[in-house]
Design a protein around this ligand. Structure first.
Ligand code: ADP
Ligand code: GLC
Length: 488
């Protein structure tokens, strides 16, 4: 099974969120599961200037409305093994951000990523390596199956396609005036295909044309077929529900494991947690928190967007501090949420520490140094930080939605008795519901024995990528079989 994995961010080369972690780790796990995998992604400025060993791989022609262009392709290797191709086009990708700057999307994102998608196909036609299956991720890659089944249909009739939705709220919506630039047949701008309330919806095109659809947890796969979570695409998803699968993300334990994490001040494992106490003291110093081994320190690392429930945390912070807890937050995003968190830190010196920015090392410090981890998300397709938290013995406090519901088991007396509990889960999206879970965490923390049971059961859980990779390979086979059953 030869698989081309198409993604707009790939850790450690480029990253704004969990998609990068997935794209950095899943391809390696697919290789371990027996697939031959190549990854393809844009050559952003951060990659070019990141000191990576990039080898020129070749050039390819990219058809376009203005008669076509040329893309240069570079190559490197992922730490997990597979080869990565970088599509270079300075006008589109040599910029400070991946998708935008200062919270504003680049206005030509449709042009940038449709170019990327056509370049991917142009490159595969020329490079001599032919995939059996193309696995596309999110709207930035969603035009690949659209081109494969329309203007380039004759080339690709034996190649299967899988589209993974990592977050349905990001659909790639653009004005109708931009449709002609895509070089697609005009009748595709209709509600059956890419049109969405008078605009171009790129993800919708992928959802219609890909052979198999996946999303990143079983619960989210069900949720997105409802009006509450479907972001207007629930009808399309329901129509394709027979081809829609949920596979929970994994954690890359070569990067996220306190036993050998090079970022953190001290290493530790379930058999000896003394290193975790060292990490906690270091985190308290780093974030300006009172040095105290006995307070419950809550951590949070997050894109600061509506999705993540930051407003609930802000609404609870006074109660948390009054109850004697500390809070360490790292994040960047919506300026209003950033300001609200900074105000909370100012109001509670020594108890609340907030760092605005993107900081890989501090993210590891917070995972290791906190006692508990907050993820009160409004919705959460998979979530990775709760998986990392479990491995770091940092008890997750989460809302029951998406992948959080599929990975965190609430510490009810029954679940504790069965030895299955690994965190605290609440239902309603409200400050009181979050507070109730936080209060339970505080009470349990005072009972050292029970707390340690939670910590150890989280650390023992196995959310490695190999389990998920096996399921992806099954779906790849299914997608290829479906495709090859279609008469050409
Ligand atoms: P999402 O993809 O929705 O942002 P995930 O939980 O899947 O959520 O993944 C988030 C990833 O991004 C994690 O690896 C997390 O540590 C990282 N991350 C988020 N914000 C920051 C930040 N400000 N600094 C460093 N890493 C961050
Ligand atoms: C998205 C989701 C997150 C998921 C990540 C990787 O950004 O918000 O829940 O873990 O993609 O799949």
């Amino acid at each position: 099974m030869r698989v081309l994995f198409v993604s707009s961010e790939v850790s450690p080369f480029s990253k704004t969120g969990g998609l990068a972690d997935v794209s950095g780790a899943l391809p390696g796990a697919l290789v371990r599961a027996g697939a031959d995998v190549r990854v393809v992604t844009p050559l952003y400025r951060g990659v070019r200037e990141g000191g990576w060993a990039l080898e020129p791989a070749g050039v390819c022609e990219v058809p376009g409305p203005a008669g076509g262009e040329v893309a240069t392709v570079f190559s490197a290797t992922l730490p997990s093994g597979p080869q990565v191709w970088f599509v270079d086009h300075p006008r589109y990708f040599d910029r400070p951000g991946l998708y935008g700057e200062r919270g504003q999307d680049y206005p030509d994102n449709l042009e940038r990523f449709s170019f990327f998608c056509r370049a991917v196909l142009g490159w595969i036609r020329t490079c001599g390596w032919q995939p059996d299956l193309v696995h596309c991720n999110d709207w930035q890659a969603a035009l690949v199956p659209v081109y494969m089944r329309t203007v380039e249909a004759s080339h690709w009739d034996r190649v299967g396609t899988v589209l993974t939705v990592h977050n349905l709220a990001y659909q790639g919506l653009f004005g109708a005036d931009q449709f002609p630039g895509l070089g697609l047949p005009p009748d595709l701008f209709s509600p059956r295909y890419l049109e969405f309330w008078g605009r171009v919806n790129v993800l919708k095109g992928g959802l219609v044309f890909a052979d198999v659809l996946t999303t990143v947890s079983e619960t989210y796969a069900r949720e997105i077929q409802t009006e509450e979570f479907g972001c207007g695409l629930e009808g399309v998803l329901r129509e394709r529900s027979a081809d829609l699968y949920g596979i929970l993300n994994g954690a890359d334990y070569s990067v996220w494991d306190p036993r050998h994490d090079p970022h953190i001040p001290a290493r530790y494992g379930p058999e000896d947690l003394s290193g975790k106490a060292v990490c906690k003291a270091a985190l308290q110093r780093e974030m300006g928190l009172r040095a105290d081994a006995d307070v419950l320190l809550f951590g949070m690392v997050s894109r600061l967007v509506e999705q993540k429930g930051v407003d609930l945390v802000v609404a609870c912070v006074d109660r948390m501090v009054q109850a004697g807890a500390q809070l360490a937050v790292l994040g960047t995003g919506d300026p209003k949420l950033e300001a609200a968190l900074l105000r909370a830190a100012e109001a509670h010196p020594g108890a609340v520490g907030v760092r605005i920015g993107f900081d890989e090392r501090l993210a590891h410090w917070i995972e290791a140094g906190s006692d508990a981890f907050l993820m009160p998300s409004r919705y959460e397709p998979s979530g990775l930080n709760q998986l990392y938290s479990l491995r770091y013995g940092t008890v997750p406090v989460v809302r029951r939605t998406g992948g959080l519901a599929d990975s965190v088991v609430d510490a009810t007396p029954e679940a504790l008795a069965r030895g299955e509990a690994n965190g605290f889960v609440f239902e309603a999206y409200s400050p009181d519901a979050l507070w109730e879970a936080v209060a339970r965490a505080l009470a349990t923390y005072r009972d050292r024995e029970t707390w340690l049971r939670l910590v150890r059961s989280g650390m023992a859980a196995d959310f490695s990528w190999d389990r998920a990779a096996g399921r992806y390979v099954e779906l790849y086979r299914l997608a290829v079989a479906k495709r090859r059953a279609v008469p050409s």
